[in-house]
Design a protein around this ligand. Structure first.
Ligand code: SF4
Ligand code: SF4
Length: 290
C-alpha cells in the first residue's frame, strides 16, 4: 500500500513503524473473513482492512473524528486477522499506534473516560472484580433481562493437584478469568498433572497488562508486565520452570509481546525475551507427549 505520511509523523519512531506496517498491506481483504467485529457488524470500517485504512488516513493528516475512534475502540485486539494475512501485516502493533495517536487527538466525553477508568480500576484486580460480580449475582433477580443474561453463575474452584513432580510449569492465573471461570486453570492443572507436569502459580503475578494496554494506559500496562516478570523470575531461576502456561487467549497474545513492549527497558528487556516467556497454551504442551 502506498503511503504519504505528514511530516509530523514521518519524523517519529511510531510514524516510521506504522508506515512500514502499512506498506506491507496489499489491501486484499483476506483478514476480513476472520474478524469477529466485521462478522457481527458487517461494516468494512469495523474490520481490519477498514481500520488499517482509517489509521493510514490519520497518519496522512486527514481529519480524525469520534467515529474513527469508535471503529478503533471496537477492535477486540484478538489478532485473528493476523492469522489469515498473507503479507504478515503486524496489525496489533499498528492499531496500538493508531489508538495512541487518537487518544492524544480526540478528548473523550467525561462519561466514557469514567467508564474506561472504572474498567481499568476493577477488571485487572481479581478481588475487586469478584466483589462486584458477587453483588451482581445477588441482585440479579431484580435486574432487567438484558443485564441478567450478562452476569455469569459463580463457579467453585475444583481440585488442584499438589503432588510434587519433577517437571514444572507456571500458569498465569489472570484477572477476570480467574474470577469468572475459576475452574479453567484447575482443570489445566489436572490435565498437565496426568502428563507428569506440576502446574504452579506465582502469588504475586496478576493481570497480564492487556486491559490497561488496550485502553491506552500504556505505562499502567507496562507496570503489570514488570510485576509479572518479577513474580515469575524466581520460579524460572530456582525451580526449573519449563514454560509459562496460559489458558486465556487474550493474555497469551499479550505475554507473547512482553519482549517487544519492554525492549527499551534496561532492567527488563533481557528477561522479557527469555524463551520461557513464549507462552504456551495447554493444547501446545500436549503434542510433545504423543
Ligand atoms: S489480509 Fe493482510 S494484506 Fe490483506 S488487507 Fe488484511 S492486513 Fe492487508
Ligand atoms: S484484532 Fe480481532 S477484532 Fe481487531 S481487526 Fe483483527 S480480527 Fe478484527
Amino acid at each position: 500500500m502506498q503511503t504519504n505520511l505528514t511530516e509530523k509523523y514521518r519524523q517519529t519512531v511510531e510514524g516510521q513503524t506504522a508506515e512500514s506496517i502499512l506498506r506491507a498491506c496489499v489491501h486484499c481483504g483476506f483478514c476480513t473473513a476472520t474478524c469477529p467485529t466485521y462478522q457481527l457488524l458487517g461494516d468494512e470500517l469495523d474490520g481490519p482492512r477498514g481500520r488499517i485504512y482509517l489509521i493510514k488516513q490519520i497518519l496522512e493528516g486527514n481529519t480524525v473524528s469520534e467515529k474513527t475512534q469508535l471503529h478503533l475502540d471496537r477492535c477486540l485486539t484478538c489478532r485473528a486477522c493476523e492469522t489469515t494475512c498473507p503479507s504478515g501485516v503486524r496489525y496489533a502493533a499498528l492499531v496500538d499506534i493508531g489508538r495512541r495517536i487518537i487518544e492524544r487527538e480526540i478528548p473523550r466525553k467525561p462519561l466514557f473516560s469514567l467508564k474506561r477508568k472504572l474498567l481499568r480500576t476493577i477488571l485487572p484486580h481479581p478481588q475487586r472484580f469478584a466483589l462486584l460480580l458477587k453483588l451482581g449475582q445477588t441482585i440479579k433477580p431484580l435486574l432487567p433481562h438484558s443485564l441478567k443474561r450478562k452476569i455469569p453463575l459463580s463457579q467453585k474452584k475444583t481440585q488442584w493437584p499438589k503432588t510434587h513432580l519433577p517437571r514444572k510449569m507456571l500458569i498465569l492465573e489472570g484477572c477476570a478469568q480467574s474470577v469468572v471461570t475459576a475452574n479453567t486453570n484447575a482443570a489445566a492443572a489436572r490435565v498437565l498433572h496426568k502428563l507428569g507436569i506440576q502446574l504452579l502459580t506465582a502469588p504475586n503475578a496478576g493481570c497480564c497488562g492487556a486491559v490497561s494496554h488496550h485502553l491506552a494506559a500504556e505505562q499502567e500496562g507496562l507496570a503489570f508486565m514488570r510485576q509479572n516478570i518479577d513474580a515469575w523470575w524466581p520460579y524460572i531461576e530456582k525451580q526449573g520452570i519449563e514454560a509459562i502456561v496460559i489458558t486465556a487467549s487474550g493474555c497469551g497474545t499479550m505475554v507473547k509481546d512482553y519482549g517487544e513492549l519492554l525492549k527499551d527497558d534496561d532492567h527488563y528487556a533481557e528477561k522479557a525475551t527469555d524463551d520461557k516467556f513464549a507462552p504456551r497454551f495447554v493444547a501446545f504442551v500436549y503434542p510433545n507427549f504423543q
